[in-house]
Design a protein around this ligand. Structure first.
Ligand code: SAM
Length: 212
């Protein structure tokens, strides 16, 4: 798994000064180093540009690394709504998105994502792309909210769904999120409103399309 990811990054990763600055800013602010991997970020950009998504919802902003990758996919014409628990993280993310030229296209809603999602449902908002990358224990609930907020045909991507490979390998010592991710993947796979697969890139990304 790590070997494959190292290979992918070594061939497909091109130096990216802006994203490297984001990583440095996260480190300088003593925030956790848990942004998506470069290859996962590239996949997000590609998925958004291929699907033509313009109205994106992200759950879990941290310092804005994935936010920039998402915004690069829609360019000048899209909008990102990003949910983040920590006010300080959202501020740094906004600062980094601004440096990347997307500051006016992103709205941060701070506080517990479950509260923000409830508000978005109440406001009858709709999105055509979702990226779930926050507290793993709430993934299934986040998925339900995403489906409620989805335009027909919307894409939903959830990160870390291989739990470092432990979901697939009984020999790997159980990790904190192994069972949560197994249960999440099974729920996604059998959900009647979704067509889904799991892409083994980075820490694994479960990709779903909401049926029309
Ligand atoms: N997507 C980011 C990236 O790749 O640049 C990384 C997100 S990081 C893995 C998870 C983020 O979710 C953290 O910034 C954390 O503060 C946030 N988070 C955790 N629990 C949350 C909650 N209940 N509501 C909203 N955000 C939450």
């Amino acid at each position: 798994m790590n070997q494959i990811n190292r290979y992918i990054d070594s061939v497909f990763y091109h130096e990216d000064a802006l994203l490297e600055e984001v990583i440095s800013s996260i480190r300088e602010n003593d925030m956790p180093s848990i942004s998506v991997s470069p290859s996962s970020g590239k996949l997000l950009t590609l998925l958004i540009s291929i699907s033509g998504s313009k109205n994106v919802l992200e759950i879990g902003a941290l310092g804005g690394y994935s936010g920039i990758c998402l915004a690069r996919g829609f360019g000048k014409e899209g909008k990102l709504t990003s949910l983040e628990l920590e006010e300080e993280y959202a501020k740094l993310a906004h600062n980094n998105l601004s440096k990347a030229g997307f500051g006016n296209q992103v709205t941060y809603l701070t506080g517990p994502a479950l509260e923000s999602l409830k508000t978005l449902v109440g406001e009858n908002k709709r999105f055509d792309f979702f990226f779930i990358d926050a507290d793993k224990g709430n993934y299934e609930t986040y998925l339900d909210y995403c489906i409620r907020l989805a335009e027909p045909g919307a894409l939903i991507v959830a990160d870390n769904t291989l739990a470092r490979g432990s979901v697939a390998d009984p020999g790997i010592e159980p990790k904190r999120y192994t069972d949560v991710m197994k249960k999440f993947n099974e729920a996604v796979a059998k959900h009647p409103q979704l067509e889904s697969t799991l892409i083994p890139i980075g820490d694994g990304m479960t990709l779903s399309r909401v049926k029309k």
